[in-house]
Design a protein around this ligand. Structure first.
Ligand SMILES: Cc1ncc(COP(=O)(O)O)c(C=O)c1O
Length: 475
């Protein structure tokens, strides 16, 4: 890179004029998307998309980059976006994201992020209070639910397993207990930690896809009799595919009885701590040793920001320390301002800005309103589906995730699987709605996550009509 390129890249005037144009563009995009004027997705086959961007890179006369990106991405702010579990971000978090990108304070140590370190502490204290934790609690923000779950399990191993695995490696088989419906990142975390397949004790689910807690004792005893030291149990709040909440109270009780770590994967629905109407789904969460909540799922924030909270902050602060017996040490320094010592990352983004600005501007009330609205919407959608003989629910929704399928009485499950997969593919290519699909116990379902705060029952009725039209065209 020569000098001219550098000075060009850093020209404040050019940044300003590009920035103003971009804000206008994004605001117009937001307005159009929310009105539902265009489609939430303009489907392009992947080879075609790749060729487009290869050619664009070489084309000196190519049109503006930003409008092109808007045209060629999925529009999450569109009310007919009912697909994956990412937030239709509150627009102000676009601005906090921009500030974080420019200031780029990496936060590993206090002086490389003085304000964000303190801001993060304020945010963490507020979330802990909302969970119902007492004064010893603490935690931090980290890059995603997957990383947060891994970090929590590392904390669990350090706290519960007698042997010092961190310094000396494994000396005996270790295990965790989790529902078979849990997110795949728990499985991955366990594999990263060297627990192996046998160390992931999968508890079967009940008819409604939540953990069958009546089997806990038997599965624990079987693992123990095979020489596996079980050190943690994980409750999903909720699990990803169906949105079913595990019984946290029962899991917590079991963990206490067995003296093992109780972790709650609330990446998606931990946000219900803010909903006066639905927080009972999380009953028992206040007894968890650790809790994960994603800001970029049900709390209206951009990817990627996850809160990992601990009932006892000493665990948060010592996961990666060299000391084995830190809990026995007296006068432990509280290192809340040294993010890099607590998190897997060394450098991280100033993700706390999103949380702080939303809480400061709108208060917890914003999250209550949003979560309650979306969970209510799923109940309304379920009723519409139950009342229509062309559709079948996989299970009654507990959150804003809902799985259903198109049914034709005389068709076999195999034929229905093929038909529902074809419906979903056609919906994707058509683009009027964005929905996804999942397989549950061998059956293919259409799956919606009702993420958009402006989707209404009317949009969902239109979706059902669309599916009927598509299904008839396939038959
Ligand atoms: C229950 C649950 N846990 C963990 C994750 C992973 O979170 P992230 O995508 O933030 O890594 C997901 C993602 O969908 C999830 O639904």
């Amino acid at each position: 890179m020569n000098k001219t390129s550098l000075s060009f890249a850093y020209d404040p005037d050019s940044f300003r004029s590009q920035g103003i144009k971009l804000i206008d563009l994004i605001a117009a995009h937001l307005n159009n998307a929310m009105k539902g004027d265009q489609k939430p997705i303009h489907w392009t086959p992947l080879e075609e998309e790749l060729r487009f961007w290869e050619a664009y890179m070489e084309d000196a006369t190519a049109s503006d980059f930003f409008p092109e990106i808007l045209r060629r991405t999925t529009h999450i702010h569109h009310p007919k976006y009912v697909g994956h579990q990412v937030a239709a971000t509150a627009p102000i978090t676009t601005l906090t994201g921009m500030v974080s990108s420019l200031l780029n304070n990496g936060m590993a140590i206090y002086e490389m992020g003085m304000a964000p370190s303190a801001i993060e502490r304020v945010v963490i204290d507020r979330i802990c209070k909302q969970i119902g934790y007492a004064g010893d609690s603490g935690g931090f923000l980290t890059s995603g639910g997957s990383l947060a779950n891994l970090t929590a399990l590392l904390s669990a191993r350090k706290a519960i397993v007698k042997h010092d695995v961190w310094n000396e490696g494994h000396s005996q088989p270790l295990g965790i207990m989790v529902c078979e419906e849990s997110h795949y990142c728990v499985d991955r975390a366990a594999k990263i930690m060297g627990l192996g397949e046998k160390g992931i004790i999968k508890i079967p689910s009940t008819q409604d896809f939540s953990m069958n807690v009546s089997l806990l004792e038997a599965y624990f005893n079987k693992a123990t009799s095979e020489g596996i030291e079980v050190f943690a149990i994980i409750g999903s709040a909720p699990s990803t595919a169906t949105g079913a909440y595990d019984n946290l109270e029962a899991i917590g009780q079991f963990a206490r009885q067995k003296k093992i770590w109780f972790h709650v994967d609330g990446a998606h629905g931990g946000a219900a701590i803010y909903s006066k109407k639905y927080k009972a789904l999380l009953q028992g969460i206040e007894d968890a040793d650790s809790v994960v909540i994603d800001g970029h799922k049900m709390l209206l924030m951009p990817t990627i920001t996850t809160a990992l909270l601990f009932k006892n902050k000493a665990h948060a602060q010592n996961t990666f320390s060299q000391q084995a017996d830190y809990l026995l040490e007296e006068n432990q320094e509280d290192i809340w301002y040294q993010s890099g010592k607590m998190t897997f990352e060394c450098t991280k983004t100033m993700m706390c800005l999103h949380w702080y600005v939303l809480l400061k501007n709108y208060g917890e009330q914003l999250f209550d309103e949003y979560v309650t609205r979306q969970y209510d919407l799923a109940q309304s959608f379920a009723k519409l589906l139950v009342d229509d003989p062309c559709f079948e629910l996989a299970t009654h929704p507990q959150s804003n995730i809902l799985c259903f399928r198109w049914i034709v009485p005389e068709k076999s499950n195999k034929e229905l699987n093929r038909l529902n997969a074809a419906i979903r593919q056609q919906l994707l290519e058509d683009g009027e709605f964005y929905i996804v699909q999942t397989k549950l116990r061998g059956i293919t379902y259409l799956r919606t996550s009702l993420m958009n705060p402006f989707t209404t029952p009317d949009h969902l009725t239109q979706l059902m009509e669309k599916i009927k039209t598509v299904a008839k065209s396939i038959n």
